[in-house]
Design a binder for this molecule. Sequence first.
Ligand SMILES: NC(=O)C1=CN([C@@H]2O[C@H](COP(=O)(O)OP(=O)(O)OC[C@H]3O[C@@H](n4cnc5c(N)ncnc54)[C@H](OP(=O)(O)O)[C@@H]3O)[C@@H](O)[C@H]2O)C=CC1
Ligand SMILES: O=C(O)C(=O)[C@@H](O)[C@H](O)C(=O)CO
Length: 276
Amino acid sequence: MTTSIPEITLNNGVRMPQLGFGVFQVSDDDTAAAVSHALAAGYRSIDTAAIYGNEAGTGRAIAESGIDREELFITSKLWVADLGYDATLAAFDASLDKLGLDYLDLYLIHWPAPAAGLYLESWRALEHLLASGKARAIGVSNFLPEHLQKIIDLGGTVPAINQIELHPALQQRDIADFNAAHGIATEAWSPLAQGAVLADPAVTGIAARHGVSAAQAILRWHLQQGRIIIPKSVTPRRIRENLDVFGFDLTADELSVIDGLERDGRTGPHPAEFNG
Ligand SMILES: NC(=O)C1=CN([C@@H]2O[C@H](COP(=O)(O)OP(=O)(O)OC[C@H]3O[C@@H](n4cnc5c(N)ncnc54)[C@H](OP(=O)(O)O)[C@@H]3O)[C@@H](O)[C@H]2O)C=CC1
Ligand SMILES: O=C(O)C(=O)[C@@H](O)[C@H](O)C(=O)CO
């Protein structure tokens, strides 16, 4: 298995593995086991969030791995209940404590929650965390171009990342194009659409031609378009399988076939409407 994971250089020069490991909907204890499997398999980037309730389990697996901190890339996210300048700083410290770390590689505002009108205040708090060195990079998640533009208009730090729902059934080309035009890396959450696209005959046909699984074919589709991806699994075989995606290339035609699976197939809330 090839486990050399390419890196993406973010807009502040920090380098991030293009493929990481997500832990949404995993209990704290199961997260510790899954992250341990992932680190042993070769993952070095872990995506958690305060709302997942598993930062402590993530931290235990990190501590027990014995892997040098500088080799790891740890992301967590600010939940909507903690938007606002002071609340953001307190929530960041709480996440750091649970993870047992003294800095994060990436800290994201989880949702813009536009009704609260507080994400610009939180962005200023993230800029403070960046300047203090407690976060190596800062970004956002689930931000639409209108929300990103408001941050850009502040004239300070441009988000390094916008982590958005993105998979064959919901490709969000308008947001990815806006991100790219402003030097913001696009990170795909639910890159496997939580399994919803794995049985599609177009995907299974492409996978069979390459002797790989449907999940591997979809992850390859993401990687060849330069996106950062964070597939989740609690199944050791799948954890290893999802990392084994660097030994084959999809053709341009195969990429187009998967592009053709767009169906506005959102699995999560719409960012314009979600306020926590
Ligand atoms: N910023 C945000 O708002 C959000 C961020 N995220 C982040 O993105 C990560 C990934 O998204 P997530 O929603 O978890 O969904 P994914 O698209 O990663 O899909 C996970 C599902 O696919 C299954 N699966 C994983 N690998 C395989 C495989 N090789 N073959 C077959 N099935 C497989 C898993 O099963 P099993 O575990 O049983 O093996 C699980 O049911 C999250 O864990 C989280 O870190 C997710 C949602 C929102
Ligand atoms: O998984 C995430 O990161 C999310 O933001 C959401 O899925 C969130 O946790 C949620 O459940 C929204 O209804």
